[in-house]
Design a protein around this ligand. Structure first.
Ligand SMILES: [Zn+2]
Ligand SMILES: [Zn+2]
Length: 244
């Protein structure tokens, strides 16, 4: 289990900021009397398309077979059993995902994790997770950014769902190229076998909720889930803020 330093500091900064009236929304900066997010942003962040693929969390049509992978899912199965998302990579959710990687995005990621867990509690607990594990950044990128947005999301989820967080269960063994402009095939090659489990004892026999910000091809979550399964995790399910 990890210490809480980055969030303690940024929550302290938030507390100081809230002494200045009025408090402001973390995503749109509008003055708001609500906690952390204004009413419009809460609506935007928590309203999702009703039909999603249970395997990759992609949007599907209303008549899609809910028990089968969708047309976007790879032919070979994912190493995670199912995937849930907070929303589609568009509008308020997309803005929040981009802001999480900016300076001061650490607190936004943490609060977004709390909001997600508050609004989708049943969906997130449906797979009965016993521990929450974030997808790690490579140590060099983490050092550059100062935090890992997936870890802060996971921290917010863990606190609200009252589940243990294993923030450093996984390690990214090499720096990978930024994936934004890569083809699907290149994305799979880029993250192949990039993850390793630090301590199998922390995940062995447990149902793991694997947390990341965005799922595009599912390659990152697949290889992270595969490493966890190979270390003895009983099940791995993926939870992402946005499906692209
Ligand atoms: Zn707002
Ligand atoms: Zn799918």
């Amino acid at each position: 289990m990890s210490h809480n330093w980055p969030s303690v500091l940024s929550r302290f900064a938030e507390g100081v900021q809230h002494l200045v009236w009025p408090p402001r929304c973390l995503t749109c900066d509008a003055p708001t009397a609500a906690d952390h997010f204004c009413a419009d942003c809460v609506t935007g962040l928590t309203t999702d398309h009703p039909h999603r693929c249970a395997f990759c969390a992609g949007t599907v049509g209303p008549h899609a077979d809910a028990t089968a992978p969708c047309f976007r899912c790879p032919k070979a199965k994912y190493a995670f059993g199912s995937a849930v998302r907070f929303g589609l990579y568009a509008d308020a959710v997309r803005r929040a995902v981009l802001q999480m990687k900016q300076p001061e995005g650490e607190l936004l990621a943490f609060r977004l994790g709390e909001l997600w867990a508050t609004h989708r509690r049943d969906e997130l607990l449906a797979m009965h997770p016993q521990v929450i594990v974030p997808v790690p950044l490579h140590r060099r990128r983490r050092w550059q950014r100062g935090y890992n947005q997936a870890e802060e999301l996971a921290r917010g989820l863990a606190r609200t769902l009252q589940l243990p967080l294993a923030a450093h269960a996984l390690r990214r063994q090499r720096a990978t190229d930024l994936q934004a402009n890569q083809s699907a095939t290149a994305r799979w090659d880029n993250v192949k076998d990039v993850f390793a489990v630090r301590s199998a004892a922390g995940v062995r026999g447990l149902r793991v909720l694997l947390v990341d910000d965005v799922l595009t091809t599912g390659a990152t979550c697949h290889y992270a889930a595969r490493a966890l399964s190979q270390a003895g995790a009983a099940q791995v399910h993926a939870a992402v803020v946005a499906h692209r």
